[in-house]
Design a protein around this ligand. Structure first.
Ligand code: NAD
Length: 489
């Protein structure tokens, strides 16, 4: 089995403990990863801290930082297929998806490479005589980036690239469930020529690794993507160091299908939003609201579509839906389905482990007809290819139902009526609304949610301010000495 090493302070070092990573397509261990203990986690933070305050990194110009990021983007682009293949082996996501996503990740590095030397301050029209006052944007400090297993290359890029562009140093904690691609990324970071300690990549469990990183006194900021339960622990941990926290959490996104929509486009949207990435996407549009006038047509088309879906090996080009990342997710999907059916939901198709897959963690694309939102499958973020479909009659009713969720990450609206598209989009409480499309992303476009989906934003211009703090400098320009404060004139 392949054995990976921590990447700390510019060196690949052995761990003191290792764990197996399992290939979800067959349920067998395929590689060994070091589980960072307290000492490793502390070392990673100390290395990032020294690189920031004592190493050559802070002496580089912003343009030089941008050039390094550009070089890293080139290396990612050249190695996109290899990175994608590793991610597929480790997470079970389709090779077609991981390869194209890894290629696109390079664009995030290019975008922030270009932005590095455009982070500037202001000269203030200050209300005092003989004073020159200006602001500069300073790096916030050591950034800890914690990512989940479902899109490690992408979710780490949205943190590493802006953090480095702004002049910070970073410790990345890869998910213990599929860390391999980030260790390959470490090799590319090394090859690009970043000074030692500027980026450190480790993996490990919440305890001790996650706890030590997020409560460490030398950490200034924690950028987290994952679930709400872990987010709560991180917020508690940062009471120790008052680190700034940005949160990108879960979702249970609504897709609203009006009766004036282009039906085939809506069906493609529902399939992309629910069966793409085998349903393991934070923006899965898993609450599908369909107008009563067209619901029979939509259900028929989805049923027909489901018969053409190929479930199989994620490395095989012909596969549409691969395995789930963990056995626990398969068990959870089964349990939630059982409970939903006992509450009155009607199973239209799917709902089982596919018979032709003799090993691995597969689950059939599934459609449940739910009479209202009290059904368990409508309430629960599943991370499995399961659609909960609900019929609606009016625009006001569906907006209320769409907003009746603890989450507010994405939303989809399918309609040919432009005024309605704008009207509904304005009223939906979510960070992203896709009209007549779904799951589109870009480095140029901010990404994030409302409510329990976390209020932070990643990508786009403004995120750079998450990774900087304003410093205000006052200069007395008078030729006179500073006045004695105890002498009243
Ligand atoms: P998770 O919350 O279980 O784990 C995320 C990361 O947190 C992992 O690296 C894990 O090791 C780490 N962690 C665990 N305990 C910790 C602790 N005490 N301190 C610090 N770190 C700790 O999430 P998951 O199961 O890996 O991923 C699925 C979740 O991620 C879903 O809820 C999904 O919606 C969410 N997600 C959100 C987005 C987004 O952009 N909003 C994107 C992808 C996934």
């Amino acid at each position: 089995m392949e054995k990976y090493k921590h990447y700390i302070n510019g060196k690949f070092i052995e761990g003191s403990e290792y764990f197996d990573s399992i290939d979800p397509s067959n349920g067998k261990p395929w590689a060994l990863f070091p589980a960072a203990n307290e000492e490793d986690s502390n070392f990673a933070v100390e290395s990032a801290y020294n690189a920031l305050f004592k190493g050559p990194w802070s002496k580089l110009t912003a343009t030089q930082r941008g050039k390094l990021l550009h070089k890293l983007g080139d290396l990612i682009s050249e190695n996109a297929n290899h990175l994608g293949d590793i991610e597929t082996k480790d997470s079970g996501k389709l090779r077609a998806e991981t390869r194209s996503q890894s290629g696109y990740v390079a664009d995030y590095y290019y975008y922030y490479a270009g932005l590095a030397d455009k982070i500037q301050g202001d000269v203030l029209p200050i209300d005092k005589p003989d004073m020159r006052v200006f602001t500069t944007r300073e790096p916030i400090g050591v950034v800890v980036a914690i990512v989940p297993w479902n899109a490690q290359m992408f979710l780490s890029a949205t943190k590493i690239a802006p953090a480095l562009a702004a002049g910070n140093t970073v410790v990345v904690k890869a998910s213990e469930q599929a860390p391999a691609a980030l260790f390959k990324l470490a090799e590319l970071i090394d090859q690009a020529g970043f000074p030692p300690g500027v980026v450190n990549i480790i993996t490990g469990y919440g305890e001790p690794c996650g706890r030590v990183l997020t409560s460490h006194p030398k950490v200034a900021s924690v950028a987290f993507t994952g679930g709400c339960d872990v987010a709560k622990m991180i917020v508690k941990n940062t009471a120790e160091n008052f680190a700034h926290v940005s949160l990108e959490l879960g979702g249970k996104s609504p897709m609203i299908i009006f009766d004036d929509c282009e039906i085939d486009s809506a069906v493609n949207g529902i399939v992309a939003g629910n069966f793409g990435a085998s349903g393991q996407s934070c923006v899965a549009g898993s609450r599908v609201f369909v107008h009563r006038n067209i619901y029979k047509q939509i259900v028929e088309k989805l049923e027909k579509e489901s018969k053409n879906i190929v479930i199989g090996d994620p490395l095989d080009k012909r596969t549409h839906v691969g395995p789930l990342a963990t056995l626990a997710q398969v068990e959870r999907a089964k349990d939630v389905l059982k409970e939903s059916i006992s509450q009155g939901a009607e199973l239209v198709f799917g709902g089982n482990i596919p018979k032709h897959m003799k090993s691995g963690w597969y689950f059939e694309p599934t459609l449940l007809l739910c009479h209202d939102q009290s059904i368990k499958s409508v309430q629960t973020e599943l991370f499995a290819p399961v659609i909960s479909l609900i019929i609606f009659d009016s625009e006001d009713e569906v907006i209320d139902m769409a907003n009746d969720s603890e989450f507010g990450l994405g939303a989809g609206v399918f309609t040919q009526n432009l005024a309605r598209a704008h009207r509904v989009s304005q009223q939906i409480r979510s960070g992203i609304v896709w009209i007549n499309t779904y799951r589109a992303i870009s480095p140029i476009s901010p990404f994030g949610g409302f409510k329990n989906s976390g209020g932070s934003r990643e990508a786009g211009l403004d995120v750079i301010y998450e990774y900087t703090r304003t410093k205000t400098t006052w200069i007395n320009t008078s030729s006179e000495p500073m006045a004695n404060p105890f002498v009243i004139r």
